[in-house]
Design a protein around this ligand. Structure first.
Ligand code: G6P
Length: 474
């Protein structure tokens, strides 16, 4: 491998915040940062990304931040407030995010957002050029940087460039709506290998490339005017051992005891997500509400622990969702609650690892019911952490993870009564049945962990690089 590997994503695995003039460095939330973080530490590479703070807030302290992040092998790409507004909150999260998750009615198409998106991708490109060599390996991640592969290709024609999309790639019928669809596809085709979580996303992408750009493909190889590149599925895994052995750690054991003292004999239903409208949190709550109504014998015998991690709080649809979730929880607790029993325990914050692992371990059921989700690593983390005969996952068929976790109770999140029955089934499932199902899923997760995911991606990347040389030679 030539030089240090360069990883680029919009968000660094560490987020910098400023409070009362002081800077704080905390782990970032979301599948990309948590998942890739484990692999990245092994590569000895450098990770470039936005540190989560604006250029204006960092002003005068840039050097300190650069040094501190440098110790973690991260290099910040500072963005101005204006760019954050239009590139990050704007095109990334008001255009691409809703569109790619089939929330067409939420997608905003604004020329100014698009221009800022291009400008931000250009800034990331310049930051990479500061550290890259002509034959570097560069791995670009996610929907915020769809133009970066081609920008890099123009400057570093020999570089080995991989791209991985952590969210769904929508069907052509959705993607075609995007006014800048051609530019986006051309931006991606600068990569040598483009990876998706599932074969469905690969299929959607290939079909968009063929219908919009007219480039044909065969067995995952796309031939453009002057290059060949590969497209393939790599379902992202987790750091299996970290979760599987967490309950043996002292800190986690203490946390388990502490939480169990509060839950007592009640069965615990767990829900953990970033507070995002794609996750189906409000509908999950409504299903729980109806579950308690339909099966009143469960009252006081269960508790739903709902962890919602604040996310993209300046985007209107996220603010509205927060309001809806707050109100729903109030309503459910008011309606069903009794002295000494609160049906929903609500934590609106991100949790440290030991608390999260304790919750995964304690929970009798995990409800992971997104409307759309590229993969959903929470589902995998839960299966890894639960004891085989104890927990049961209820999983939406709309999550990429459903292709690998078929032994979970799979539901359609738009089907309310199915969700209610699934919850009951999970709560009542016999330990032997849970063991059987969890055993199969655990084994799969152990084998195809995040390291294997990253290494397979890298192997395929170098393979196509070699094949390209043959293509040039013919
Ligand atoms: C998803 C995306 C990531 C993103 C994460 C958190 O997992 O695929 O790219 O980093 O959400 O969202 P944020 O906007 O806070 O970076």
């Amino acid at each position: 491998m030539a030089g240090r590997m360069i990883i680029v994503s919009n968000r660094l695995p560490v987020t910098v915040t400023k409070r009362e003039g002081k800077f704080f460095f905390n782990p970032s939330a979301g599948g990309l940062a948590t998942g890739l973080g484990s692999f990245y530490r092994e590569t000895g590479g450098v990770w470039l990304g936005w540190p989560g703070i604006s250029l204006e807030s960092a002003r005068g302290h840039e050097e300190d931040i650069i040094t501190k992040l440098g110790e973690l092998s991260c290099k910040p790409v500072f963005l101005s407030k204006r760019l954050i507004e239009k590139y990050y909150y704007g095109f990334s999260n008001k255009t691409l995010w809703p569109l790619f998750h089939y929330f067409l009615q939420y997608a905003v198409f604004d020329q100014k957002f698009w221009e800022s998106y291009r400008r931000a991708n250009r800034l990331f490109c310049e930051a990479v050029l500061e550290v890259a060599e002509p034959d570097s390996t560069i791995w670009v991640h996610d929907y915020q940087l769809l133009l970066l592969p081609q920008m890099l290709r123009e400057k570093l024609p020999q570089a080995t460039i991989g791209f991985f999309l952590h969210i769904p790639f929508p069907s052509y019928e959705i993607f075609r709506v995007l006014p800048w669809r051609e530019e986006i596809l051309k931006g991606l085709l600068g990569a040598d290998l483009i990876g998706f979580h599932t074969y469905d996303y690969v299929r959607h992408f290939i079909s968009s490339v063929r219908r919009i750009l007219g480039f044909e493909h065969s067995l995952g190889i796309i031939t453009t005017e002057d290059r060949v590149l590969r497209v393939d599925a790599f379902p992202m895994g987790i750091d299996y051992e970290k979760f599987a052995y967490a309950p043996e750690k002292k800190e986690v054991r203490q946390e388990i005891k502490r939480i169990k003292r509060r839950t007592g004999n009640r069965k615990v239903i767990l829900s953990v997500d970033r507070l995002d409208y794609t996750k189906g949190i409000a509908e999950r709550l409504k299903a729980y509400d109806q579950f308690l109504e339909k099966y009143p014998s469960y009252k006081e015998k269960v508790v739903l622990i709902l962890v919602a991690v604040p996310s993209r709080t300046r985007v209107e649809h996220y603010m509205l969702l927060k309001k809806e979730v707050d109100e729903l929880i109030g309503r459910i607790n008011g309606r069903h609650g009794a002295f000494g029993w609160t049906p929903v325990w609500y934590l609106y914050r991100s949790l440290p690892f030991h608390t999260l692992a304790a919750l995964y371990h304690i929970a009798d059921v995990a409800l992971v019911t997104p409307f759309r989700d590229g993969m959903n690593l929470i589902a995998k983390e839960y299966v890894a952490t639960t004891s085989a005969d104890h927990g049961m996952l209820v999983l939406s068929e709309m999550a990429g993870a459903a292709s690998e976790l078929g032994e979970a109770i799979i539901i359609n999140p738009y089907n309310f009564s199915q969700m209610i029955e699934a919850l009951r089934e999970a709560l009542e499932m016999a330990p032997e049945e849970k063991s059987l199902r969890n055993y199969l899923m655990k084994n799969r997760l152990r084998r195809y962990n995040v390291n294997r995911w990253a290494h397979e991606f890298m192997e395929k990347l170098y393979e196509i690089k070699e094949a390209q040389q043959a293509f040039v030679a013919t």
